[in-house]
Ligand binder design. Structure first.
Ligand code: SAH
Length: 466
């Protein structure tokens, strides 16, 4: 089974960085069902093609399985070794794990850029035919070319097969393309070679993040992906429906970058982190929870401070936590370091007992992402339930926006911001919560102070009274 991914983005050999596989090397990966290998049939500046070859061992597939049933030969005589199926998805997730998470140490900006990509699948089973194949990929912006494969050239009377040689073209981020393939290949095959349980819902949600929810055939995709198990499909569909009301993380990510570019001129982010670290150090904090930790920029600084014993990063987005894990290189941590850091997926508007007992809770550039009507729930969660000794909250000062040349008047800094406050609005809110929940509050400005409009970021430091 062969899958190739090509790009004409120049220099095309950057594909090697994106896939974390060097174009000059032929690499082998052992799978539970055989072997996968990656090589580059062509790698030059104008065009580069990476190939994933899957060599499925039919004996592996049968081993340990009972041979009973009314079709005992089926285990031996089937299409598994020759077609793109859920085995290919497993291989993609294993071999291109880092690329799939959207992370690329050497070309971070490229990983976030839509580039021209072409995928060729030599034999893709499309149960439901070409129409179904198009229904899967075209809404995601792919140009689909499908060549039907006949069952056997020697016996044309046997007719068409469910197999197609497929080419998919799109200008897209590589990580998104890999996620689409991961989910849709088994959907097209309409078969899963392994047991489908509750954890498959989590995989579907994770790899479907940012696109499945908006896909016109999302219910059919969930149904087939979950092997038509009604209970699982129902849960998945209700989770997708819930997502309609949440912020899609993919949008969140790209918007975060827009905000970063805007604020870059004054490297505001660094100034913000430095100010937060100063407060943390003066608080003699030992246990810190960073709520809405994003890619883990603050966590990185916290890890470097040996006085801090326990660090917890929390975010609602699974994808962003995966990116944080990659950025922090958690895989390379010593066991001692590993026990210092935990990353939790959780929402700030739900009570989560894992978040109590901390010296300091930081909420850096997060509140403005919450709907105003949910802010009251978050307040109670932060000051009544989590109730750290100190809470540090930062948020943009909207008055300063007029100083950003690239920001049109009246626009927020980030498309996902639900509100941005003036200094007066922020202080009124912070004084109110401090009063209600028994905290004292102090305000600081972050970034260059402008006489007329104040500083770009505002910070409130809440200290518990008892
Ligand atoms: N604190 C980070 C990230 C700020 S961006 C930094 O300063 O770089 C805002 C982050 O809040 C995003 O990562 C987003 O996923 C997260 N977020 C938004 N709503 C959330 C919620 N309800 N619960 C937890 N995290 C949330």
């Amino acid at each position: 089974m062969l899958l190739t991914i090509s790009t004409t983005h120049t220099p095309a050999t950057d594909l090697g960085y994106l896939l974390h596989k060097h174009p000059d090397r032929h690499q082998f990966f052992s799978m539970s069902f055989g072997q996968a290998s990656v090589f580059y049939p062509e790698a030059n500046t104008d065009k580069c093609t990476a190939a994933l070859l899957l060599d499925i061992d039919p004996i592996c597939l049968v081993r340990g399985k009972s041979k009973s049933g009314d079709r005992p030969l089926e285990q031996y005589v089937n299409d598994r070794p020759y077609v793109a199926s859920s085995f290919l998805s497993v291989a993609l997730a294993q071999v291109f794990r880092t690329a799939m998470s959207g992370h690329c140490k050497d070309r971070p900006e490229l990983a976030e850029t839509a580039i021209p990509l072409t995928v060729n699948l030599s034999v893709l089973p499309c149960r439901g035919g070409e129409k179904f194949l198009r229904k899967m990929f075209e809404p995601l912006g792919y140009q689909v070319t499908a060549e039907p494969l006949i069952l056997d050239a020697k016996f044309p009377e046997w007719g068409a097969s469910p197999y197609f040689a497929v080419e998919l073209e799109n200008t897209i981020k590589l990580a998104d393309l890999l996620s689409h393939l991961y989910v849709l290949i088994p959907v097209l095959d309409d078969e899963k070679h392994y047991w489908v349980g509750d954890e498959e819902i989590e995989k579907l949600m994770r790899h479907g993040e940012g696109w499945l929810n908006a896909h016109p055939a999302r219910e059919q995709i969930a149904n087939r992906y979950l092997k038509r198990q009604r209970r699982l499909t129902k849960i998945a569909i209700s989770q997708l429906a819930e997502e309609d009301h949440l912020d899609p993380d993919a949008i969140e990510l790209s918007h975060q970058q827009e905000e970063e570019v805007l604020e870059k001129r004054i490297s505001l982010n660094e100034q913000r982190l430095t100010s937060v670290m100063e407060v943390l150090q003066s608080s003699s904090a030992k246990r810190v929870v960073d709520l809405g930790c994003g890619e883990g920029k603050l966590l990185q600084l916290l890890l470097k401070d040996s006085a801090i014993e326990q660090i917890t990063g929390v975010d609602v987005s699974y994808r962003i936590l995966e990116i944080a894990k990659e950025r922090l290189q958690v895989d390379r941590f010593s066991p001692a370091q590993q026990s210092r850091l935990q990353l939790l997926q959780s929402s700030l508007i739900y009570r989560d007992s894992r978040l109590t007992g901390y010296d300091v809770a930081t909420v850096i550039e997060v509140i403005e992402h919450l709907d105003l009507e949910r802010l009251a729930i978050f307040e109670r969660n932060l000051f009544e339930f989590i109730r750290a000794k100190r809470a540090i909250v930062t948020t943009p000062n909207v008055e300063y926006n007029v100083r950003f040349e690239n920001l049109p008047a009246g626009k927020f800094r980030h498309r996902d911001h639900r509100f941005e406050w003036t200094r007066q609005e922020f202080q009124t809110w912070a004084n109110g919560v401090a009063d209600r929940f028994g905290y004292e509050v102090e305000f600081r400005s972050i970034g260059m102070e402008d006489l007329a409009v104040g500083s770009p970021t505002q910070m409130a430091i809440f200290t518990r009274q008892v």
